[in-house]
Structures are given as structure tokens and as C-alpha cells.
Write a protein that binds this ligand. Structure first.
Ligand SMILES: *Cc1c(COP(=O)(O)O)cnc(C)c1O
Length: 748
């Protein structure tokens, strides 16, 4: 990359009389010209990451950082009288729901950063995840019209369009290539559906939830659309250069299925090999088994995709036939290996008239991984226990990670500068170096306290601008930012806040250090309880923030439209990270890692990657509470919330606020429904099935422990810095190296 050249070109750009959008496009295009001359062409063995979501966030600042011109560009434009940070108004392309999509983005970033050939395939949604605002405390949704800012970081490739066939229509898949910058320039290829009004619908909207089934037919079309386009392209390319000796296909191509959303690619692969190229079914399966790998992201039963076989047959008859043949083929293999009938049913591809996509993935994948130690263990022991018995060697673990380029260097220049000063710049290439920082040195702690203070002030300023609320300046900033879900237990945090609130009103804690609770979360459009929880927290915020008795002591803010760019501000400006999911439910979490990397301590349960975080940064430097997976398993039928809270009258007072008129749900009855779910349950679940009340008391105690420890500013900052320094393991560079060596077998 010719950096000097680029800087000269940037200097030539005039800012006069240009709209924000025009200037944004001009600067971006100028960078793209430089990038295009260096863009790596595919060759040799490559890995492909198939994901229905890529939550990239804003590309502008990240790309300028990667090009090595970010600080220079800020200076150049400041001299012209233009503040480059104004591009923060450019909205994110939110082509993902949450953790799963963001992981895909982090992986692409790390692979490019390290120099591994990893290419992404996905869908170019016209509208991403909805934009959220609050109206009277309730969620409002608006289409995410991200293209109104243009799309200067992508290149449309009409010449490489593909046709995807459905029984009722042909759809053109037009590739848009986005460069992923680093040591190599890799590509994220997103397909846009074109051809007719019906066709366009396929890439119109991001599927609005990653954990429920909705709009089934359209969803099947979406999944097949990008899977087929990707696989078709890879096979054509292989044939062009290698002919039809498909045994060699896995030597050049390895595909990673990011959850089950891309599993149709397996069926498409078998269809093409057995159809067009006349391979035997057995041979095609054998090759597929050398080609595909599968990452499981959740054990929530509602998220394990099962598609009605007749529905699939209606629009994809050949694919339905292939999957049925696969079932027959698999059964023969299982019989040969002496599986019992129950075992065969458990592993079946076709079950009760439905295709179990996870079972397809498990049968075909060479490697199957969970995303944190505990999650991979649960997969083996519970979710896929039968498959584990017969295909032990397939199963492994790759704990998730986050890219330190976006989640440290970009969002926390101040902490990065601290590392630069004390270690030189080498850590930016080799993050391991930061563990060498002699953090017992009082100077480092003082410096770190300064950094944290500055980041908190920046966060407060940002929130003041966006939400029109002034955060308390000398408070502990406590963040719970993640999608809204019952298992993530934002409701438990709401109850904990009320517990603290009532105690403060009674004058119980004269030494209390002020606490600010910061929430950020979108609730899936159809998820009523999640929306009720947002409303409830906003009602609590209204009560607490306006009560003179707790003024300057307690504050609650729920920010609107939490997205990657908002996350960058919050993870770097918080003291405490709330990761309080019911043990066994959060596969890994990555928000926990971002906050850790920026020096927040974790208040969390023994769940997902929290366990590994506490292991690495030390239990004494984090606040682990609540029931473990084993404890909850023992509890099963002996947990009766109504009886349980009899021992905790304070808890009753808090849960009563859902039904005693303390708060208004605008007559919707949704608060009452939350109360019912806790104490009576529902047709599909036991009372309080996420053990909110069971863990509440120990959660509140953990928060008070934080409050007490925070009084000793130095020792608390020490805990925080130990967390930041031990976050190296949670860099997605480590995860990518593990995939490259153990799964993909690709070289830099
Ligand atoms: C990292 C991230 C997530 C995932 O957060 P978890 O706490 O791991 O669920 C979700 N949304 C956004 C915008 C993120 O940046």
C-alpha cells in the first residue's frame, strides 16, 4: 500500500460546499482506489466463512486505521476546517442481529490482519436490523435504510453474477465485494437478489431474530440463495482450473458453516456433484465430509432450525430429494455401526417430516465446534451426545474472540497510547506483548486511572448528545449491552436496581458510591416479553432518575439503537461488565470480551466465556455469582419461585412492582404477563425458567461488593488493568490461528 501516495491524495480533497455524504463518499473512494491496486486475488488453499449475518459496523474509521492514515487524515481535514469525527453521523450497516454476526466480522478482520486467506459469503440486505427508538419507554422500530449513505466500500461485480434456481422462479445473485484490510486484503462477498419484485424480496430484510422461526418460506429462500450462490461459484472456479477431479476439491477449499443458516450449501454441493458431474452419492458425501465444518452457536431449542420437508420440496424439490437420500445414506452407516433405533432417531436428518439442519451439519462436518469451553462440553454431553458417541473426533472447541483492532486500537486510543508509551508499538502486531506490562508499577495504575476517566467522560458526553441525559460524573459505570433476551436476564438487573433503590431510600448505605446502570439492547420485533422488559426498565429509569432521595447516587439509562458504533463507546467507557445469563445458556458471549479488553471487571455467572475470563484474570479480580450449570441441573423440579421468595421479603416487594401499579405498562398487561411467567409459568415453560429470582440475591450482593471495593480507587483500577492485560487470549487472532491450524489447515 502506498501510504504517502494516499496522504497526498487526501490533501487534495476540498471540503468546500460539500454535503457530509458527498465528502464521505469522496474520501472513501479515494481510499478504495489505493486498495484496489493491492486487492489479493484468490489462489491456493482458501477458507470460506458462510454466514447469514455480517455485523461489520462502520467501515470508515476502521479502514483508515488499517491503511495507517487515520490520525494523519484527522489532522489534514482539521486544517481544512472539517472534523473527521463528524462521520460518526454515518450510520452503521447493521447486516446482523448480534453476537453471531459480529463474530463473523471479527473473524474476517483477524484473518486479514494475520494474513490468512479467509473469504466471507453472505447476503447484502437492503435493510439491516431495524433502527430502534423509544416512545414513552416502549420500543419503536424503523427500517434501517443504510444505503442512504451510499456504499463506497463495496464494488458491484455484475460480470460475476449467478443464477439461483427455485421451482417457481430464477433469481440473480449479484455479488458486492467489500475489501477486508490487513496484511492481506481479503474479500467479503455479499449477494444481492435481483430479477423480479419477488426475487428482490429475498435480500430485502435481515431476518429479524436469530432465535425464533418466522416467515419460514422466505427464510428458506434466503438461506438457500446465498449458500447456492457461494457453492456454485466455488465449484465452477474449481472446475475451471482443475477439471472435474473433485477428490482434489477439499485440498483447495474449506468451508465453515456459521451455525445452521448455511447448511443448505451442503445439499447444494451434493446436488451439483451427483447431478451435473454424475458422482455417486457416496463419493459426493465423502468429499463433502472433507470440505465442510460447522460451528454451533446455541443450544436454545427454538434456534435449532428444522424445516418442514414439504415446504422445502415446494420451492427446492431437488434439494429435498438430496436431503432425503442423505437420511437413507446416514441410516445405513448408523446401522452398520450398530446404533440403536433411538440413537438413529436422535441423529436423523429427517425427523417427523422435518429436516433437522443441525443434524445435517453434524453428519457431514469434518469438525464441529462450540464457541467456549463450557459450551463445547454441553454440546458433547447434551445437545449432540449420540453423535459424540459415534463421531468423537469431530468435536472440538474454539473459544470466540474479538478483534483488538476495532475493540481496542480504534475505540480506545487512550489505552492504546498507554501501551505504546510503556511497551513501544510492537504490541499492535503481537498483542501477547501487553502481558509484559509491569502493572504493579504504581505509575501504570495512575496512568490507567487517567485513561478510564477520560473514556468515561467521552461516553457521558456521547450519551448526553444522543439521549439527552447527563450521566453522573463520579459514579461507577455499569454496562449491560447485548440483545434483549430472557436468558440474558436484563430483568434480573432491573430487579437488582430496584433492590438497591429501595435500600438507599431507607438510608441503609451511607457510604454508597454512586452507580450508573447503562443498558443497550434491541428486542426482536415479535418478542413481546423482551419488549415488555425494555418498557419496564425505562419505567424504572424514570422513577429512579427523578427521585430526589437517590439523586446523585443511582441512575439508569437505556440507550437507543445499540449497535456496533455505540458499543465502541460503551465498552471503552464502562467500569463494570454485566454478564448475568442463566448458567448453560450463553454459548460464549463476545460483549464480555470487548469490555474486558478495555479494562472492565465482570460481574457474571459461570457461563459461556465468563468462566475463561475469570480463569485468566483471576476470580479475585472479577465478581462471579449465581448458580452453576450443575446446581441448576440438580434443582430441576424442586424450584418453586413462590415458595422460594418467602424467605426474601425484599424480593417480593420488588417483583410486586410488576403488578401493584408502581409502574404503568400503558394498559397493555405486559408487566402482569412478566409476573405470571415468573410465578406461574406458561404452557411452554415452568415458572421462572431462567432462574431470575433464584440468582437475584447473590447478584445484588455482588453489586454491593463492587460498590465497596470501588472505594479503594487504586486497587479497583488494578483489578481492571489485570483484566485488560489478560484479554489477549480473547483476541479473535487467537481464535483464527486455532481455526487455521486445527480446522482449515491454511497457511498465511
Ligand atoms: C458484541 C456485540 C454483540 C454481542 O454481545 P453479547 O454480550 O456477546 O451478546 C451484540 N451486538 C453488538 C452491536 C455487538 O457489538
Amino acid at each position: 500500500m502506498n501510504r504517502d501516495n494516499l496522504i497526498e491524495k487526501l490533501k487534495m480533497i476540498s471540503v468546500k460546499d460539500k454535503s457530509l455524504k458527498d465528502l464521505y463518499e469522496e474520501i472513501s473512494m479515494c481510499c478504495m482506489d489505493e486498495i484496489k491496486s493491492q486487492w489479493n486475488k484468490k489462489s491456493g488453499r482458501n477458507a470460506y466463512y458462510l454466514s447469514v449475518e455480517f455485523l461489520m459496523g462502520r467501515m470508515f474509521f476502521n479502514n483508515l486505521l488499517e491503511l495507517g492514515v487515520l490520525s494523519e487524515a484527522k489532522k489534514i481535514f482539521a486544517e481544512k476546517g472539517f472534523d473527521l469525527n463528524r462521520f460518526e453521523e454515518i450510520e452503521d450497516a447493521a447486516l446482523g442481529n448480534g453476537g453471531l454476526g459480529r463474530l463473523a466480522a471479527c473473524f474476517l478482520d483477524s484473518a486479514a490482519g494475520l494474513g490468512y486467506p479467509l473469504y466471507g459469503y453472505g447476503i447484502r440486505y437492503r435493510y439491516g436490523l431495524f433502527r430502534q427508538s423509544f416512545e414513552n419507554g416502549s420500543q419503536r422500530e424503523e427500517a434501517d435504510d443504510w444505503l442512504k449513505w451510499g456504499d463506497p466500500w463495496s464494488v458491484r461485480k455484475d460480470a460475476e453474477k449467478r443464477i439461483v434456481h427455485f421451482a417457481d422462479m430464477d433469481v440473480a445473485a449479484i455479488p458486492y465485494d467489500m475489501p477486508i484490510l490487513g496484511k492481506r486484503i481479503n474479500t467479503l462477498r455479499l449477494f444481492q437478489a435481483e430479477g423480479s419484485k419477488e426475487a428482490e424480496k429475498i435480500s430485502e430484510y435481515l431476518y429479524p431474530a436469530d432465535d425464533t422461526e418466522e416467515g419460514k418460506l422466505l427464510r428458506i429462500r434466503q438461506e438457500y440463495f446465498f449458500s447456492a450462490a457461494a457453492v456454485g461459484e466455488l465449484i465452477d472456479r474449481f472446475v475451471k482450473f482443475n477439471g472435474t477431479n473433485f477428490e482434489k476439491f477439499p485440498e483447495e477449499n474449506v468451508l465453515q458453516l456459521n451455525d445452521t443458516h448455511a447448511v443448505f450449501s451442503v445439499a447444494e454441493f451434493l446436488r451439483i456433484l451427483t447431478g451435473k458431474y454424475k458422482l455417486s452419492f457416496g463419493k459426493a458425501v465423502e468429499i463433502a465430509r472433507e470440505t465442510f465444518n460447522y460451528t454451533n452457536h446455541t443450544i436454545l431449542p427454538e434456534a435449532l432450525e428444522c424445516w418442514d420437508a414439504e415446504l422445502v420440496a415446494k420451492i427446492l424439490p431437488d434439494i429435498a430429494v438430496i436431503l432425503k437420500r442423505l437420511q437413507v445414506f446416514a441410516c445405513r452407516e448408523w446401522q452398520g455401526r450398530g446404533c440403536s433405533k433411538e440413537e438413529r432417531i436422535a441423529m436423523s436428518v429427517l425427523k417427523d417430516g422435518r429436516f433437522a439442519m443441525a443434524n445435517v451439519a453434524v453428519f457431514i462436518a469434518k469438525r464441529i465446534n462450540g464457541v467456549a469451553e463450557i459450551h463445547s462440553k454441553i454440546i458433547k454431553e447434551r445437545l449432540f451426545s449420540v453423535a459424540y458417541k459415534y463421531y468423537r473426533n469431530k468435536f472440538m472447541n474454539v473459544t470466540n474472540g474479538v478483534t483488538q483492532r476495532r475493540w481496542l486500537m480504534l475505540c480506545n486510543e487512550e489505552l492504546s497510547a498507554l501501551y505504546d508509551r510503556n511497551l513501544g508499538k510492537g504490541w499492535r502486531e503481537d498483542m501477547e506483548m501487553i502481558t509484559r506490562l509491569c502493572f504493579n508499577h504504581a505509575g501504570n495504575i495512575a496512568e490507567f486511572i487517567g485513561v478510564k476517566k477520560a473514556k468515561k467522560a467521552q461516553l457521558a458526553e456521547y450519551i448526553a448528545k444522543r439521549e439527552k441525559i447527563q450521566l453522573l460524573p463520579n459514579a461507577i459505570y455499569i454496562a449491560q449491552v447485548k440483545r434483549l433476551h430472557e436468558y440474558k436476564r436484563q430483568l434480573m438487573t432491573a430487579f437488582a436496581i430496584l433492590r438497591i433503590y429501595y435500600q438507599l431510600k431507607e438510608g441503609k448505605h451511607p457510604e454508597f458510591t454512586p452507580m450508573v446502570f447503562i443498558f443497550g439492547a434491541k428486542a426482536a420485533s415479535g418478542y413481546r416479553r423482551a419488549k415488555a422488559i425494555i418498557k419496564y426498565i425505562n419505567e424504572i429509569a424514570k422513577l429512579v432518575n427523578s427521585d430526589q432521595d437517590v439523586k446523585n447516587k443511582l441512575q439508569v439509562v437505556f440507550v437507543q439503537n445499540y449497535d456496533v458504533s455505540y458499543a465502541e463507546k460503551i465498552v471503552s467507557g464502562s467500569d463494570v461488565s454485566l454478564q448475568v445469563s442463566t448458567a448453560g445458556f450463553e454459548a460464549s458471549g463476545t460483549g464480555n470480551m470487548k469490555l474486558m479488553m478495555n479494562g472492565a471487571v465482570t460481574v457474571g455467572t459461570m457461563d459461556g466465556a465468563n468462566i475463561e475470563i475469570a480463569e485468566r484474570a483471576g476470580l479475585q479480580n472479577n465478581y462471579i455469582f449465581g448458580a452453576t450449570v450443575e446446581q441448576l441441573a440438580k434443582l430441576e423440579n424442586n424450584y418453586v419461585p413462590l415458595e422460594y421468595i418467602r424467605d426474601y421479603p425484599e424480593m417480593k416487594k420488588v417483583t410486586d412492582t410488576l403488578i401493584d401499579g408502581t409502574f404503568s405498562d400503558d394498559g397493555t398487561g405486559e408487566f402482569n404477563e412478566l409476573h405470571t411467567a415468573l410465578f406461574q409459568g406458561a404452557s411452554w415453560h415452568a415458572p421462572d425458567h431462567y432462574f431470575v429470582l433464584y440468582d437475584l440475591e447473590s447478584f445484588v450482593q455482588a453489586l454491593f461488593a463492587v460498590n465497596k471495593d470501588y472505594c479503594d480507587a487504586e486497587s479497583f483500577a488494578h483489578k481492571q488493568l489485570v483484566n485488560a492485560l489478560n484479554s489477549v487470549f480473547f483476541s479473535s487472532d487467537r481464535a483464527i490461528i486455532s481455526y487455521a491450524k486445527n480446522v482449515w489447515k491454511i497457511d498465511k
